[in-house]
Design a protein around this ligand. Sequence first.
Ligand code: PLP
Length: 385
Amino acid sequence: MELYSGRLGNVEYPIRAVEALSRRYACVHNKMEYLNIGDPVRLGFKTGGEVCRHAADAILKGGNGYAPSEGVAEARDAISSFYSRRGIRAPSQNIFITSGVSEALHFLYLSLFNEGDSILLPRPYYPLYQNLADLFSVKAEYYDLDEEGIPVMDKLKISQNTKAVVLTNPNNPFGSLMGERQVSEFRDAVFSSGAVLIADEIYSENVYGGKMSYSMKGCENGNIIVLGGISKACLVPGWRLGWAVFGNSPSLEHLKSNFVKLLQMRLSSPAPFQHALPRIIGDDSIYSGFNSQLAERAKAIEEKMGETSALSVNKISSAFYAFLKLNFDMKSAAFISTLIRKHGIVAVPGTGFGREGYIRIVFLEDKARLSAALDTIISEAEASL
Ligand code: PLP
């Protein structure tokens, strides 16, 4: 008898997997540059004092018990108001608090799919979507994003067997942003196929190069589930607080009750942070300081990439990722391995996101260090031309 499950045989999370190689080389380099994980706090950004005080107050006021499975009522109301200020009707009873978008995704896959069902993912994708498909024996199919990180609509094929389609806007790994018409065209195509649209909007408040088009706006009764959270926008990824907002569609009722069963089987996302949430997301001005720093770095990357023919990058409008295209003939994993071994720079090969010929960097490092790391990446790429 084998004392383990075979389920995980195919599963590997590439963003952390590169760290195995980097650990082997950590003793060779004075300091490693970790440009692989999208955690602003790990890379030196400070969570706002007010945000921390709200959490401390919640703890001191005794909000330390288990939270209700669906989430603390006032926090669900605050999320409802957050969407209402953006012109979206999202009643609190359709909002469920989860331990980040990650947990919401786990529970959605479990609530929605039987083994062998199909999900349509963007390619490149955020790797967790693929990992969950592998874990739960869901068949992953793909639609392509173009070089600007926008879905290629004339190649979007939603088959009869597709139960759900994932849209990541703003996008990881491209840092791109879809316009309002692009979002509505995509959404209409999904709705007319009968599939559920899962809209991962974790970066909705980290937009600096355009205007966010919320996919639920104007279609609150559709087969749509929006995922959001405060990990990134409020610089608190360790708090594990996100949410799923279900569209008001009768077709989602059974799925929703499956989802609630899973919420009830586990203990809820940490209660003090849920109690603090209304005061944190009640103020829409809190995102701007972080976003202006991201905008500066995005511009610096675009400028640097404009000066070399070895690498190129799309217009970066959101989040804190750059998906660099390798304009030379080398596998992305080999290039990453060179960067780690020779320079101590850790980034993720495009293959981890389902697209060869690219590498993804996180641009949260201190500006001077980021600039030095980019220069090294460029000179290594130019040497490979
Ligand atoms: N979705 C995308 C596209 C992400 O990039 C990430 C984190 O990097 C997540 C979801 C996970 O977010 P959370 O911290 O809310 O689980």
